[in-house]
Design a binder for this molecule. Structure first.
Ligand code: 13P
Length: 347
């Protein structure tokens, strides 16, 4: 593995003023989101919507990298150019989601582990040869009655750590994503203690499996009260808890920290990121890696006006500008994103 190259890619992904576009919804998840707004659920509509996002001019300025799903990674735009090459030419780093989704953890009702590790060395070599410079693997931790268990946290940490080292062997920067789900009735205190435990376990496993920290990135949720808890989300509290937890439990030599939006409204996801950024400087480059908070207002418009590419792209440009402002702690109240709530949690 080329350590310098890994570190440089990690740094570029979290460079000042930039952030990551997560466009790696599996076909099933993309279809669910399309179904919610009555868009035809087929490959051509998924391709067309992603083409609108990727060809928005502001992407080259604001997006450091795009996480692709396998289907899009091999697809071309209307001009016949491969999406990933189109992005790379504009200085936007192509990345790839490589976990193959969630399966039940036998013996642990309600808990999941991500699959796909056995075939990963072959798959990552193929993606790297085709231009992927980073990858993402998502694990899910659910907060509920007597869960998460230590066994579930350890199983997911083991898989994430092995995935990360396999990526680095192939010259690809791993984004490790142990997503503590926003769904649930838990308090912010519970989310904070679970997140702390997950991060401690994850980085211990990554040390054991010899992951080079400056060439790896953490993708995490914010510390929030559960979506169904009835507890209002207060950005000061979210930012204080999130910054405190990350500083205490994430190695300071890690290559970067990025956030998922996790089913928060666009407004919440940007306002919270803004408050987190204002508590800097942080030990790592810290930015967004959003799917729903960036895309949902665009999808909502496109669903009704599918021939209005200009309109859809101007909404996406607005989302990107709000994202850029919020990751720098410079978001003005009037630039809050559209308050669009998405319900589907799967990727
Ligand atoms: P959301 O921003 O919609 O949570 O998606 C980001 C992601 O990559 C989740 O795995």
């Amino acid at each position: 593995m080329n350590i310098v190259q890994l570190e440089n890619v990690a740094k570029a992904l979290v460079a000042p003023g930039k952030g990551i576009l997560a466009a790696d919804e599996s076909s099933a998840t993309a279809n669910k989101r399309f179904a919610a707004v009555y868009v035809t659920q087929d490959e051509e509509h998924r391709r067309a919507f992603r083409e609108i996002l990727l060809t928005t001019p502001e992407v080259a300025e604001i997006v450091s990298g795009v996480i692709f799903y396998d289907e899009t990674f091999w697809e071309t735009g209307s001009n016949g150019e491969l999406f990933r090459e189109y992005c790379a030419k504009r200085g936007v780093i192509p990345g790839i989601k490589v976990d193959e989704g969630l399966v039940d953890l036998p013996g642990f009702p309600g808990e999941k582990v991500s699959k796909g590790l056995d075939s990963l060395p072959e798959r990552i070599a193929k993606y790297a040869a085709a231009g992927a410079q980073f990858a993402k693997w998502r694990s899910v931790i659910v907060i509920g009655d007597k869960i998460p268990t230590d066994a579930c946290i350890a199983a997911n940490a083991f898989v994430l750590a092995r995935y990360a080292r396999i990526c680095q062997e192939a010259g690809v920067v791993p984004i490790v994503e142990p997503e503590v789900l926003f769904d649930g009735t838990h308090t912010a205190e519970q989310c904070e203690s679970v997140t702390a435990h997950v991060l401690e376990t994850l980085f211990a496993a990554m040390r054991t499996y010899r992951v080079h920290f400056p060439g790896a990135i953490l993708k995490t949720g914010m510390v929030l009260p559960g979506k169904n808890s009835g507890i209002p989300v207060d950005e000061t509290d979210v930012a204080d808890r999130t910054v405190h937890t990350l500083r205490a439990h994430v190695p300071h030599d890690l290559g970067g920290v990025v956030f998922l939006s996790g089913g928060q409204t666009s407004h919440q996801a940007f306002a919270n990121l803004n408050a987190i950024a204002q508590r800097g400087p942080h030990p790592w480059g810290l930015t967004f890696s959003y799917s729903r908070a960036l895309q949902d207002p665009v999808l909502k418009h496109w669903a009704i006006h599918q021939t209005d590419t200009t309109g859809a792209q101007s909404i996406f440009a607005h989302q990107l500008k709000v994202a850029r402002a919020s990751r720098s702690g410079e978001m003005s109240v009037s630039s809050h994103g559209d308050d669009f709530v998405s319900h589907s949690q799967d990727m």
